[in-house]
Design a protein around this ligand. Structure first.
Ligand SMILES: NC(=O)c1ccc[n+]([C@@H]2O[C@H](COP(=O)([O-])OP(=O)(O)OC[C@H]3O[C@@H](n4cnc5c(N)ncnc54)[C@H](O)[C@@H]3O)[C@@H](O)[C@H]2O)c1
Ligand SMILES: CC(C)=CCC/C(C)=C/C=C/C(C)=C/C=C/C(C)=C/C=C/C=C(C)/C=C/C=C(C)/C=C/C=C(\C)CCC=C(C)C
Length: 626
């Protein structure tokens, strides 16, 4: 049966003052097992499948320890990998490694797994912490990375197909629904812009070309040469296609075919919802991935809520003989002779491993967890090209079902009057109503509204708690009024539950610097070229042949690990500050890549040290061109 972490444990660790303004009593109450409170919605869930999954439980620290977690000192044990954080990126890396036979320990600061893809419960409502739009969750092709990650640890979740990825409500009364069926979507778009029929077809066809190339590959680490060269050998046209588009952005390609400025703005909005920047700044590979997967595999919602994905992965991890500890706040990555060898927690406990994988953002990893005098060159380069995207203001509401017109879509994007507001804080509004797909998430006769809009930490700094509360109410009220005017008359009167989170909430509960949504390019990027992979390789010219030869000789005779090329040997990053960036499916790919590279480095996969040295150096150098 599903359950949350034991309330007493939670109560024991909850700070007395909740700096985000959620009253402490309600937080604890919300973490109480809901078994007694929600028999009707449980019956519904059972009917729709979630309780028929292999039992997925949130592992309390006690349970994880019972199932084998041991601290050095008790068993003197060393893990193959320690993963800091249990976001989807961290969990996928951990489960992929565990499935290959590695002993992994995941350390999570919070009381449940999932990070931004977690969940929380209030009264009889189950809220997704973040996005409810799930890509990569079908049973088709190679890009269904969430399905594949779950399958690797013996899980399959029941999903509900979403007939409309998103309903856009845009300036000039432009309304476009992105239907699951590609032809329906294209027909609708052409009906709004008949004069751009050719351009529309050409732009989206080019996206399909890239998507099909991606979908034909077996996806593993692009930092592992045996795999990479193998793919080039097996699928040369597809790999060259991807290499060609790697440094390109969607906006430039759209402009090759489309002239209508409103249509170009629509494509900006298409990109903005997945990258928080316009099309000119969105890598073409990422745009193609999302603009096509929504029609190929479709958007599918997990029965019981997005939180079930992380719970299933955490459970699968333990089933494979590895462990996860909650309330484990890593404060230091322990370095020995420049190599990452373990971690220290805020309570003083230490754990050791051959490799350390950080699912914290790069700003947190290199700004806080790694205590070195200087940020590694690779990080300086990353921070030159990318900045922290803003965070969100999010409003989770329970409303009376009668306020929604019949046939309301699940996801909406609202930008009322002025295209110029697209990227401005509070300019556009995201809205998800997951109960349209899965009614078991709310008590009968009710819906969940998850409303969010970009907001930056600067806007919330320096307020005392009274002013902070007041401002939250004010800003939320304004957003709700806009929705009331645009979509749902009577919305305010239908609210039965409302909670407002700010960038401070995101920072606090997701442990993300400034509550950032992820990295975004500082200027116009060269597509995905500047995005670091998982190792922390120094950038040096690949033409520095002399150094390379010395290194290889050293390797041949002295068995120096070729990964001494890394700025911090044994340290890897995973999650949205790694290639290919923000998004649940994107971080799942980052987890798969990371696990493959780590597995090769610890001897669980084939590797060639000579090719490793050459490829890592080449990739590091390529990033400096971004
Ligand atoms: N922000 C949102 O609203 C939202 C919502 C849904 C999905 N997403 C997607 O999820 C992506 C992020 O996924 P991710 O896997 O990179 O990371 P994540 O932020 O989801 O998860 C990171 C996890 O690491 C934990 N952590 C961080 N520092 C730690 C420390 N020092 N010690 C122990 N635990 C620590 C956090 O508590 C969190 O659980 C985003 O890019 C976004 O696309 C975001
Ligand atoms: C290495 C070199 C140099 C070269 C070579 C070449 C090659 C081979 C290449 C390859 C490549 C690859 C494989 C790549 C891959 C990529 C990928 C997979 C990508 C992916 C991506 C994804 C993404 C980006 C996603 C995203 C998503 C998102 C973010 C989402 C979100 C959502 C939301 C927010 C929701 C909305 C809502 C409403 C509207 C309400």
């Amino acid at each position: 049966m599903l359950r949350l972490a034991p309330p007493l444990l939670v109560a024991a660790t909850c700070p007395a003052v909740n700096t985000d303004g959620f009253p402490l009593r309600r937080r604890i109450l919300a973490l109480l097992p809901l078994a007694s409170r929600r028999s009707s919605s449980r019956a519904l869930r059972s009917a729709s499948g979630i309780l028929r999954m292999p039992p997925v439980a949130v592992l309390s620290p006690e349970r994880a320890i019972q199932r084998g977690a041991s601290e050095k000192g008790e068993a003197g044990e060393e893990y193959d990998a320690i993963v800091i954080g249990s976001g989807i990126g961290g969990l996928v890396a951990a489960t992929q490694l565990a499935a290959k036979g590695a002993r992994v320990l995941v350390l999570e600061k919070y009381v449940i797994p999932g990070g931004s893809s977690g969940y929380y419960e209030r009264d009889e409502f189950t809220f997704d912490v973040g996005s409810s739009v799930m890509f990569g969750f079908s049973d088709k092709g190679n890009l269904n990375l969430i399905t594949r990650a779950l399958a690797a640890v013996g899980h399959k979740m029941q999903v509900i197909p979403d007939p409309t990825t998103v309903h856009f409500h845009l300036p000039g009364e432009l309304s476009v629904r992105v239907h699951r069926e590609y032809n329906d979507f294209i027909e609708e778009l052409i009906s709004k812009f008949p004069h751009e029929k050719v351009g529309i077809n050409k732009f989206y066809d080019e996206c399909w070309k890239i998507f099909n190339a991606l979908n034909s590959l077996e996806l593993k680490s692009l930092e592992e040469p045996i795999y990479l060269f193998g793919q080039f050998f097996k699928k040369p046209v597809e790999c060259l296609t991807l290499a060609y588009y790697l440094p390109q952005n969607a906006g430039d390609i759209a402009r090759k075919y489309i002239k209508d400025s409103q249509l170009l703005s629509f494509i900006d909005a298409e990109c903005f919802i997945v990258s928080t920047v316009n099309a000119l700044q969105t890598p073409m590979i990422n745009a193609s991935m999302v603009l096509c997967d929504r029609h190929f595999g479709g958007i599918n919602y997990p029965v019981g809520g997005v939180g079930g994905i992380a719970r299933a992965l955490a459970d699968g991890l333990v089933t494979k003989g590895s462990n996860i500890l909650y309330k484990a706040n890593v404060t230091n990555i322990i370095l020995k002779d420049g190599k990452a060898v373990g971690v220290r927690l805020s309570d003083g406990r230490e754990f050791f491993a051959t490799t350390v994988i950080s699912n914290a953002t790069r700003w947190d990893t290199f700004g806080k967890l790694v205590k070195t005098d200087e940020i590694p060159e690779e990080e300086k380069n990353f921070q030159r090209v990318y900045v922290k995207a803003p965070s969100f203001l999010s409003i989770h509401m329970g409303v009376k079902a009668t306020v929604l017109p019949p046939e309301t879509d699940c996801h909406h994007f609202i930008l009322e009057d002025d295209w110029a507001n697209l990227e401005r804080p509070y300019g556009s509004i995201f809205l998800s109503i997951p109960t349209v797909l899965d009614s078991s998430l709310a008590p009968e006769g009710h819906h969940i509204l998850h409303i969010f809009t970009t907001s930056s930490m600067d806007d919330w700094k320096g307020l005392n708690s009274k002013d902070y509360e007041k401002k939250k109410e004010l800003v939320a009220d304004e957003i709700i009024s806009r929705l009331e005017n645009k979509l749902f008359p009577g919305l305010k009167n239908s609210i039965v539950l409302k909670e407002v989170g700010t960038p401070k909430t995101h920072r606090r509960f997701l442990a993300r610097d400034s509550g950032t949504y992820g990295p975004m390019p500082r200027h116009i990027p060269k597509g995905l070229l500047g995005m670091p992979f998982n190792t922390t390789v120094c950038e040096k010219s690949p033409f520095d042949i002399f150094r390379l030869v010395i290194l290889l000789i050293e390797y041949r005779f002295a068995k120096v690990r070729v990964l001494d090329l890394q700025a911090i040997d044994g340290l890897y990053c995973v999650g949205d500050s790694c290639f290919p960036g923000q998004g649940v499916i994107a971080v799942a790919f980052s987890g798969i890549m990371c696990a493959h590279r780590v597995a090769a480095d610890i001897g669980l996969e084939k590797r060639s040290p000579v090719l490793d040295a050459a490829l890592l150096r080449l990739l590091g150098w390529l990033r400096t061109l971004a």
